[in-house]
Write a protein that binds this ligand. Structure first.
Ligand code: NAD
Length: 556
């Protein structure tokens, strides 16, 4: 073996040789190492003789994945690939995104989180237990990459609609960050999944010998807040350009932490704000089918948690930007939670629900609420399977020529109604969107392709816009801009199928467009930490990492 001056890769990752190179997922190319590389990098004999291209490797992988009948086994195989060869993993994901998205994210990732302790093979991301308080900065410094640009952090309290999964929720930050790379090209060395382990109140997990998190109940109150504060400040010091995305925190903490940090650091909450932008975009596009403006709509939310309040708040902002007063705009949004309609005078209304409490008699059931309020749009975010029953959907279709029905709860098993039910019970008139994907529906001789209000339409592009402009804050204006950018890409051909989102296969273009809009807001509003480049579009495109192997010998 010739003498080696070990280079760094294009992303500044220190090269390795021999077995260490094969075991480094960011550098490994497997059978795609050329003969010259094998000789120079100490790989001779460690690989079968054939030299393959990335495309040949990717072809084999997707064939193997398709051979598996269960989605959870596909997930395991894909995670194995993620852990051994990231370039190949992202090539396969990018080239088959529509097929693979439901496996690496909702719904399959939900099952993977539930089975995390049993399926565990190899750690990914940073686990920061509250027992390490006082040492969080040191833990962050153990992460091998210094140019981290996006962190997704969870405390596992509200994983999808599945509840408290504690440290088993790590699948969510890992999954979301793989979407950042697959959908907007943020390099895998620039993302960091984090679980803040503060215990779990999931009794089944606490009794499960395979549970891998802290075996205590959740810490709450001041101690919890001090721990999160230590984490956020440690990120500012050690990874100063990192955007922090809060993900799947319980309701009470999610709103509080967002308010606490949104004007102090570069952060957002995807469950609240990302969902809001995705759903608002869906509303904007639905109106092209339904007619009328946003201000003509009356929206009834079933569920008044992070998703619903986030969406209602952004719809209100959108109506205000159309000229409505704040009070008038709020009157167009009505919310129901587990205690019924949110009305003035109701007991114990939290701060974030209060703006949507209107003068009305209490109503406890959804059908009566629909009959009384006559909403044009019904948005489900209550994580209750089948909450939109046949009489509910029929009532919406009786009141409206084209009722907007969004059944956003995830995973699929929690959807308020399926696509088929929505089309059938509305005689094909519902403009339907779901949170998890549903297959096309053949009804009355017409094929409907339901849109999936997948947050992946927004957060990867939004994050890229933040990274590209090095924005110091994430603002509501950025989310509204992102929603409009996404809606602008919906074609008449999409609407003809009943789909109010562009196809996921266009995600690269979608993310670039969203990123450009978001970065432009950062520049205009003085939030960017760099000067605006003359050609913003070109800057953004140049930052999107397309999974291709690098020739390590030419890099030396
Ligand atoms: P959350 O826990 O913050 O809120 C749930 C809400 O449902 C609460 O207001 C609760 O009172 C209400 N609820 C519970 N039982 C009810 C009942 N019987 N009747 C009426 N309301 C009831 O959760 P969240 O973050 O708002 O998420 C809710 C669901 O939306 C989850 O399934 C989540 O996966 C899904 N979601 C989907 C998307 C998307 O499609 N893009 C994005 C975010 C969240």
């Amino acid at each position: 073996m010739q003498e080696l001056v070990l280079p760094t890769t294009e992303q500044g990752i220190q090269m390795a040789t021999g077995v260490a190179l094969l075991h480094d997922p960011l550098l490994n190319k497997g059978t795609a190492f050329s003969l010259a590389e094998r000789r120079a990098l100490g790989l001779q004999g460690l690989l079968p003789p054939a030299v393959e291209t990335l495309e040949e490797q990717a072809g084999r992988e997707i064939e193997n994945i398709r051979r598996l009948s269960k989605d959870i086994n596909k997930y395991t195989r894909l995670m194995g690939l993620h852990d051994t060869n990231e370039t190949l993993f992202y090539r396969v994901v990018r080239d088959n995104l529509e097929e693979i998205l439901p496996i690496i994210y909702t719904p399959t990732v939900g099952t993977a989180c539930q089975e995390f302790g049993r399926m565990f093979r190899r750690p990914r991301g940073l686990y920061i237990p509250i027992t390490d308080r006082g040492h969080v900065a040191q833990t962050l410094r153990n992460w091998p990459h210094r140019d981290v640009r996006v962190i997704v952090v969870t405390d596992g309290e509200r994983i999808l609609g599945l509840g408290d999964l504690g440290a088993s929720g790590m699948g969510i930050p890992v999954g979301k960050l793989s979407l950042y790379t697959a959908c907007s090209g943020i390099h895998p060395a620039q993302v960091l999944p984090v679980t803040l382990d503060v215990g779990t109140d999931n009794e089944a997990f606490l009794a499960d010998p395979h549970y891998l998190g802290l075996r205590t109940h959740r810490t709450r109150g001041e101690e919890y807040d001090a721990f999160v504060e230590e984490f956020v400040m440690a990120v500012q010091e050690n990874l100063p350009l990192a955007l922090i995305q809060f993900e799947d925190f319980g309701n009470a903490n999610a709103f509080r932490l967002l308010e606490k940090y949104r004007n102090r650091v570069c952060t957002f909450n995807d469950d609240i704000q990302g969902t809001a932008a995705t759903a608002t975009s869906g509303m904007i596009s639905s109106l092209r089918l339904v007619g009328g403006s946003l201000r003509d709509q009356k929206v009834l939310f079933y569920g008044a948690g992070e998703a619903a309040i986030g969406i209602a708040s952004l719809i209100v902002s959108a109506m205000v930007s159309e000229g409505a007063s704040l009070e008038e705009a709020r009157q167009h949004c009505w919310l129901m939670d587990r205690n019924g309609l949110i009305v003035k005078g109701r007991d114990r209304l939290t701060e974030h629900k209060a703006p949507f409490a209107h003068d009305h008699e209490p109503i406890t059931d959804l059908q009566t609420a629909i009959q009384e309020l006559k909403p044009t749009a019904l948005i489900g975010a209550c994580a209750i399977r089948g909450a939109f029953t046949e009489p509910i959907v029929r009532e919406m279709a009786r009141i409206n020529e084209r009722p907007i029905v969004m059944a956003l709860s995830n995973p699929t098993s929690k959807a308020e109604c399926t696509a088929e039910q929505a089309y059938k019970w509305s005689d094909g008139r519902a403009v339907y969107t779901s949170g998890s994907p549903f297959p096309p529906v053949d009804f009355g001789g017409k094929v409907y392709v339901p849109g999936q209000g997948n947050n992946a339409y927004i957060f990867p592009g939004l994050g890229l816009g933040i990274v590209a402009s090095q924005a110091r804050r994430v603002t509501d204006k950025m989310f509204f801009t992102a929603a409009k950018a996404l809606a602008s890409l919906v074609q008449e051909s999409d609407l003809a199928l009943g789909r109010v989102y562009p196809p996921v296969s266009k995600i690269w273009e979608i993310s670039a467009t969203v990123a450009e809009g978001v970065a432009e807001v950062a520049f205009q509003d003085g939030l960017a930490r760099i000067d605006r480049p003359d050609d913003l579009k070109a800057l953004i495109r140049s930052m999107m990492w397309d999974p291709q192997y690098q020739d390590y010998l030419s890099a030396r």
